[in-house]
Write a protein that binds this ligand. Sequence first.
Ligand code: SAH
Length: 348
Amino acid sequence: MKIQKKDIRSLTKEQLQDFFISIGDKPFRGKQVYEWLWKKGVHSFNEMTNLSKETRKKLEEAFVINHIAVDSIQKSNDGTIKNAVKLFDDLVVESVLIPTKTRTTACISSQVGCSLDCKFCATARLKRMRNLNPDEIYDQVVAIDKESRLYHNRPLSNIVFMGMGEPLMNYNNVLKSVEKITGTEGLAMSPRRITISTSGIPKMIKKMADDGVKFNLAVSLHSAIQEVREQIMPFATKFPLPELLEALQYWYRFTKRRITFEYIIWKDINDNQEAIEALVSYCKKVPCKVNIIEYNPIDDGYFEKAENVSTEKYVSVLEKNRIPVTVRRSRGKDIDAACGQLANKTNS
Ligand code: SAH
């Protein structure tokens, strides 16, 4: 049987130093290798030119360097770019670059497929294959940053965990990737420019607050009426709205950062007065803002985007109640890169 070599990128700097000590070499080699892997992003041991041939061979015998490969790039008319990213085991995830006048945002994936079952989301149709490793999440950001510089002449300014997967169901790896993204040995980006979007898992939201994370939190609410939410997001039976609210209040108490509620308005589902009032009452219980997202059809037929007048109604009632609200136009629709449309055929 072939022995599976360990992925060297799963080691911390300290573990790399220990490896060199264990083979009778100097610990500072660990730091050198760490820099090659993270700062310089090499994909082979031969490129580590300040190591002797013999050392490189020892590394080769003990480890592999797993890395992603951008398999294909699709460009939308509006400047949005979608990457299909191949992982070391040939599974594929997608990440998206969204440019606006003032920002370039990377929308990245945290899982291959998704564990949840939101009825309106294309990714939910893929079963969850596996969690992404921290380096696979980090690599997506590096790839998008390069594209941002190449096609838009500016570095990446923001990151949203709104691609495939539920970030809080891969919490440890997401956290490790954020450490790399924000660390000086990685991209040194401010955590304030990073947003984790979750379908709303109360226990994990409290854990993030306890862990003192510095990034922003967005919650896909879509309905503040429990029965309606359960119909469109069946897992919500396990996480009732009052429990979610309690976790969000806890988050705010510890972080002092307001939550963003993501909200899609559908015809005959939540385009009525009762739904608006429920949302307003929910929002009044925790500092928040509402981001109304345009629905991107996924050829289901059941869900239909509400009329513009419904969106206007929501906006006016929220504003009247002094709840900040923005309406987000969808981007990259022509290349299936918009929210909820990520469902790479390769994995299905
Ligand atoms: N699992 C996380 C992150 C991935 S989904 C979460 O639920 O937040 C990112 C956002 O896209 C969520 O707000 C989700 O509700 C939204 N979304 C899913 N399907 C969509 C669709 N067809 N059209 C528009 N937004 C969609």
